[in-house]
Design a protein around this ligand. Structure first.
Ligand SMILES: Nc1ncnc2c1ncn2[C@@H]1O[C@H](COP(=O)(O)OP(=O)(O)OP(=O)(O)O)[C@@H](O)[C@H]1O
Ligand SMILES: [Mg+2]
Length: 357
């Protein structure tokens, strides 16, 4: 089992600063996801933990052992880590069993022991029945599981996964997410997972480590990050959100772009404010403070995705069918806001307001 301690880690390539002053501890048995847009430094962070990349400054500890920092640098093969890359490479000329056994076969380990370890990981990755097959006789998801099994067979302290599901189709990706999560629960292994897919991060992680341009924006549980985003970037990156310009005065926020209509506000900011609302936190209600015209509605099966025009602003509303079942496009409607985020001038969250009218 394993912990990772990241202290004052920065990384530059030439003059290009890719990661700045990263500090965080990943706890034993945690499923941590490094999340962020393309190029934000996720793979670089993972590769530094693995030992494929040296930090420019700072220290890295795995299980309280310094693996990188000062004059110390422990190479990847001595870090007891299992890793799966985006382009998982399975050997086409070896069957499933031999592919998985490979990392052990190059060590001095008896055949009997190898068999025992391989059988164990084939069991948890549901590959036992395919032991004799060759990769080209298997589906993408099954091949992906070979790569996972191979990363697990040496009983690593830490499992590092860099976008391991990106080659798979949507349905398979969803079921593999579940399998990786189950596997982590079964083995109790600490996992650091890289993805730029926010849904994947939300579904799998104990905590999400959200990066943007090499700077940590927020670290927290999926619930924290979704419901209390640290700043506008985070609010925008996770989930759907609409931003509105408002003006705060006398206990209300007025929206000039919505014909000057307003909602209640008991926060401390005055003057111009940036407000964000998730479309599932706006709902149709006869006595709602905002009034507009239902412009479009799309039936999505479980919910309805609607647009309401208020002045020059189109407000998105994700409603369940029950709320709006009698409404027609072109009709006058009233809206209430359930939760609203109000931001400071620097883009950080001032407060999350629960509004009920
Ligand atoms: N060996 C390298 N030499 C120079 N620049 C590099 C090197 N590796 C990465 N970079 C740069 O560092 C930045 C971060 O790259 P990184 O691969 O960590 O991003 P990422 O978050 O994993 O992105 P993606 O989601 O696209 O995989 C990028 O701007 C990239 O061009
Ligand atoms: Mg990457």
């Amino acid at each position: 089992m394993s912990t990772v301690k990241i202290q004052h880690i920065s990384k530059s390539f030439g003059g290009n600063v890719v990661l700045q002053e990263i500090n965080e501890t990943f706890h034993d048995g945690e499923f941590i996801t490094l999340l962020g847009p393309s190029g934000c430094g996720k793979s670089t962070m993972l590769r530094m933990i693995a030992g494929f990349e040296r930090p420019t400054s700072g220290e890295l500890y795995i299980n309280d052992r310094l693996v990188s920092g000062g004059k110390t640098f422990v190479p990847p093969e001595k870090r007891n880590i299992g890793m799966v890359f985006q382009s998982y490479a399975v050997w086409p000329h070896m069957n499933v069993f031999d592919n998985i056994a490979y990392p052990l076969s190059i060590k001095k380990i008896s055949k009997a022991e190898i068999r025992k370890s391989v059988e164990q990981v084939m069991d948890i990755t549901h590959l036992t029945q395919y032991a004799e097959r060759f990769p080209n006789q298997l589906s993408g998801g099954q091949q992906q599981r070979i790569a996972l099994a191979r990363a697990l067979v040496s009983a690593p302290d830490l499992l590092l996964l860099d976008e391991p599901l990106s080659n798979l189709d949507a349905k398979l990706r969803e079921s593999m997410r579940f399998e990786i999560k189950e596997l982590q629960k079964k083995t109790g292994i600490t996992v650091v997972y890289v993805t730029h897919d926010q849904t994947e991060a939300m579904a799998m992680s104990d905590r999400i480590f959200l990066l943007h341009r090499g700077i940590v924006q927020q670290v927290g549980t999926p619930n924290d990050i979704y419901n209390r985003p640290a700043n506008q970037f985070v609010a925008d990156f996770l989930g759907k959100v609409d931003f509105f310009k408002g003006e705060s005065a006398n206990g209300r926020i007025v929206f000039p772009g919505m014909d000057g209509q307003s909602v209640r506000y008991d926060g401390s900011r005055s003057g111009k404010v940036d407000v964000a609302v998730r479309p599932e936190n706006i709902y149709f209600s006869a006595d709602g403070p905002l009034e507009g015209v239902l412009e479009t509605q799309y039936y999505l099966g479980d919910v309805d995705d609607c647009r309401v025009r208020i002045g020059e602003t189109l407000v998105r509303v994700i409603a369940n069918g029950y709320e709006y079942q009698n409404l027609k496009e072109g009709q006058q409607v009233h809206l209430s806001i359930r939760d609203m985020m109000v931001f400071e001038d620097d883009g950080t969250l001032e407060q999350m307001l629960e509004i009920r009218t």
